[in-house]
Design a protein around this ligand. Sequence first.
Ligand SMILES: NC(=O)c1ccc[n+]([C@@H]2O[C@H](COP(=O)([O-])OP(=O)(O)OC[C@H]3O[C@@H](n4cnc5c(N)ncnc54)[C@H](O)[C@@H]3O)[C@@H](O)[C@H]2O)c1
Ligand SMILES: [Zn+2]
Ligand SMILES: [Zn+2]
Length: 405
Amino acid sequence: MADNRVVVYKGPGEVAVEPIDYPKLEVPEDVARAMGMSKEAPHAVILKIVSTNICGSDQHMVRGRTTAPVGQTLGHEITGEVVEKGNDVQFVDIGDICSVPFNIACGRCRNCNEGKTGICLNVNPARAGSAYGYVDMGGWIGGQAEYVMVPFADFNLLKFPDRDQALEKILDLTMLSDIFPTGYHGAYSAGVTTGSTVYVAGAGPVGLAAAYSAHLLGAAVVIVGDLNEERLAQARSFGCETVNVGEDTPLEEQIADIVGEPEVDCAVDAVGFEASGHGRGAQEAPATVLNAIQTVTRAGGRLGIPGLYVTGDPGASDPDAQEGTLKIRFGLGWAKSHVFFTGQCPVKRYNRGLMMSILHDKAHIADAVNATVISLDDAPQGYKDFDKGAAKKFVLNPHGMIPNA
Ligand SMILES: NC(=O)c1ccc[n+]([C@@H]2O[C@H](COP(=O)([O-])OP(=O)(O)OC[C@H]3O[C@@H](n4cnc5c(N)ncnc54)[C@H](O)[C@@H]3O)[C@@H](O)[C@H]2O)c1
Ligand SMILES: [Zn+2]
Ligand SMILES: [Zn+2]
């Protein structure tokens, strides 16, 4: 029954929208077998997808910088309407519009019980933690699609209180599946509070969401660094200071020009392993941001590191980096007693509070990241434009349900 369509990775630089079976209330075969779980999933729902976003995390796969196989389905930023539910689903109903945390979590294991839903122990035989449509994440089907299955629905879904209001604010609410909580987590775990000075590396959607969150948390000054001028202009549009790390002036001097000293209180890495080196003509250098944030953060400061680092990068230029071993000046961070926060953002920790900020008009994240609606069929073009560095967050609209799009 090929009455669903999904975005699929076709090889470096290429994605396509392809037919796929309508989802069943079943967990992937491998997960069921390895975890000793039943394949039938009465705890699951099928969602008709209202909006689903393209992410920088998808780009790592599409650029051929992970071990994702050709045929990998894509999409982990999902918002949808419940159209079918299993017998064990008690607290969401047909017709509810819900946000789906990109982390798949069972709600029953030790880590889920501790609120660490980014490293659930029961949903991925390969390692702790899982996501829809992602390499090494358990084989769950991606949600850049028309329909998707969401397991452990009572635990995972965040239901919006009012359907009409949800559709009206959908461009803000669609960011709750990943980048708004992820950016917030970056800023929060970096210790941002009233009066903080903050450096955010990266002006992609996650960096912009971190910078926006730093403002929400009361930062005195938020400095965003990137080499993409269009994205830096986007950061200035909501009150950030910016630095271009592609220029030869060292980052710490550019920061000193803004805050009067070469260090900030808190820093966020919203770049990850595909980082460019600093300065004119610099090549890719994966440890750049990790070293830069240690350099510019005060002793005793914290480093929020939502930027993604991998254990296998076939596209890396040296053998160490190919297995995720990077040249980090850890001694500097040690000397400064830095705290490092890494890993998947546990979306459930933040999504409800951020939803309330959106529903009560305190947060306008869609404008900050320049949410831009395109059709599911235009996903391949969206991937290309995003890869070129467009200052946009692409939101796919598979059923034309997004108002005024
Ligand atoms: N931890 C999580 O849960 C989580 C969730 C979502 C995304 N991510 C990761 O966050 C990162 C950012 O995501 P995105 O969607 O914004 O990606 P993106 O690729 O759109 O943005 C990255 C930006 O970093 C810039 N950049 C490159 N080198 C730099 C440097 N040395 N200093 C400053 N900026 C530099 C690029 O020009 C680009 O604008 C990715 O690695 C993504 O995989 C992690
Ligand atoms: Zn994402
Ligand atoms: Zn779990």
